[in-house]
Design a protein around this ligand. Structure first.
Ligand code: FAD
Length: 413
């Protein structure tokens, strides 16, 4: 019996295990997923918890329920991968041998990496994150109690998962404060290490104009060096004081990746960007946020990547070349407040462009434009995630990005 071991049963690991369980003969391949938590979190839902749109329980399910029968689940924390003996060792000493290994342990926010963030006495008092379930729940209470002052939305450094999520938070905070009638008592600031609102120029123009419209001031090229009490201090010695800080801490891969000699300085696994095979290895892949591909860290990227990976993996174990090429396809709804959202669709080579998606001219979704239909698309994504994406049911969206329905704006636009 051959052994496929999947480390991490979050978005990517669950899809890999479920999709391959359908394709690999049960009498030839045992599939085992390892995860340290018995709960599966729908992370895109964290955005809505601070504003009361989702309750904390709306985004959690037992992990076992998302995995097909025939996929073994081991609850445990990975301590290291021994690539000499093809064995994974858990922190409790259990050893799990593998023939093929898929690393899908994602990234986690690391507030401990910014001096003063955790140890200055302000964590979860005036400094919050919404990239963890606990953080989003704690922030809901803090926002309710907030009645004026400077609210700073902040990113420590890129890459982060869902790079538009902090912008969405700023737009939703603006709408929320208006609804409460206290927007004029709040100064909203968006502090980012990027030169503009977003990583890609056309989307950055659109999203930057949306910050301006909402009177959210943009503090660009802001690389935080430390947090001093209630002040962010950058390497170039700019200071931003805050009454409430909503930060996205440094996102890092799991520590075992570094301990196993498999990672870069952020514990991300270097891979071939088209096949996701770990550099220098023949039987280790890294998929989802855990790898270093130059694409967004997003559930949509994990989904499109798994579409390509499954065919490649089957060819690989049959001794054939991997002919599928993942193109870095990402798409993300961007909530903009007031029941509207934008949609962006892009890949390694093409930045987000205006147009319609997925059907040219018809949509129903609009690219880089705010519509109510996009907002409903964002909300519909949660049941699609649980009932179609995770179980590995077909979703009628091509894995590769298409230019159909997109247009390149003129210089005047
Ligand atoms: C606030 C927020 C909003 C987002 N919005 C969107 C969105 O709108 N659209 C979108 O496409 N994506 C969005 N994302 C991103 C998306 O959730 C992630 O990109 C996706 O979950 C990545 O999947 P993954 O499998 O790589 O990692 P994860 O889903 O994070 O899974 C990693 C798993 O590994 C386990 N693990 C980690 N370390 C170990 C260890 N040492 N031992 C054992 N198990 C371990 C964890 O318990 C976890 O279950 C959002 C994320 C956040 C935080």
């Amino acid at each position: 019996m051959k052994r496929l071991l999947v480390l991490g049963a979050g978005t990517a690991g669950t899809m890999v295990a479920n999709r391959l369980r359908r394709r690999l003969p049960r009498d030839e391949w045992r599939i085992t997923a390892v995860d340290e938590s018995d709960k599966h979190f729908y992370q895109p839902g964290y955005l809505f918890i601070p504003f009361g749109t989702y309750a904390p329980d709306d985004v959690v399910r037992p992990r076992r329920r998302s995995l097909r029968a025939g996929v073994d689940l081991v609850r445990g924390t990975v301590d290291r991968v021994d690539t000499e003996t093809d064995t994974v060792v858990l922190t409790d000493g259990r050893a799990l041998p593998y023939d093929q290994l898929v690393i899908a342990t994602g990234v986690t926010p690391r507030p401990d990496q910014t001096p003063g963030m955790l140890d200055g006495g302000q964590w979860r008092r005036s400094i919050f994150d919404f990239y963890t379930h606990d953080g989003a729940v704690a922030l809901a209470d803090a926002l309710k109690a907030f009645d004026g002052g400077r609210l700073v939305v902040h990113i420590v450094d890129m890459p982060i998962k869902c790079p538009v999520a902090p912008l969405e938070f700023a737009f939703l905070a603006d709408a929320y404060l208006r609804e409460r009638g206290i927007r004029d008592r709040v100064e909203l600031v968006y502090a980012t290490p990027l030169p503009g609102a977003f990583t890609k120029p056309i989307a950055s123009r659109t999203l930057g104009a949306m910050l301006d419209d909402r009177k959210i001031s943009l503090e660009a090229d802001f690389l935080v060096e430390r947090v001093d009490d209630r002040t962010l201090v950058s390497y170039d010695e700019r200071e931003i004081g805050f009454d409430l800080l909503v930060t996205v801490p440094l996102n890092m891969g799991a520590d075992f990746v570094a301990r196993s000699g498999l990672g870069d300085e952020l514990n991300l696994v270097p891979v071939d960007r088209y096949t996701l095979l770990a550099t220098g290895h023949r039987n280790i892949f890294a998929i989802g946020d855990a790898n270093d591909i130059p694409a967004s860290k997003a559930g949509s990227v994990a989904h499109f990547a798994v579409d390509v990976f499954v065919g490649n993996f089957l060819r690989h174990i049959a001794g054939q070349p991997m002919t599928g090429r993942f193109d870095g396809h990402a798409n993300c709804f961007v909530e903009s407040g007031g029941g509207r959202a934008l949609l962006i669709d892009f890949n390694y080579d093409t930045e987000p462009l205006p147009g319609r998606y997925p059907v040219p001219r018809l949509g129903p979704f609009s690219l880089l434009a705010e519509t109510a239909v996009n907002h409903w698309g964002k909300l519909a994504f949660r049941p699609v995630y649980w009932h179609a994406l995770l179980p590995g049911r077909p979703v009628p969206l091509p894995a590769h990005m298409s230019m159909a329905g997109k247009r390149v704006p003129t210089a005047e636009e």
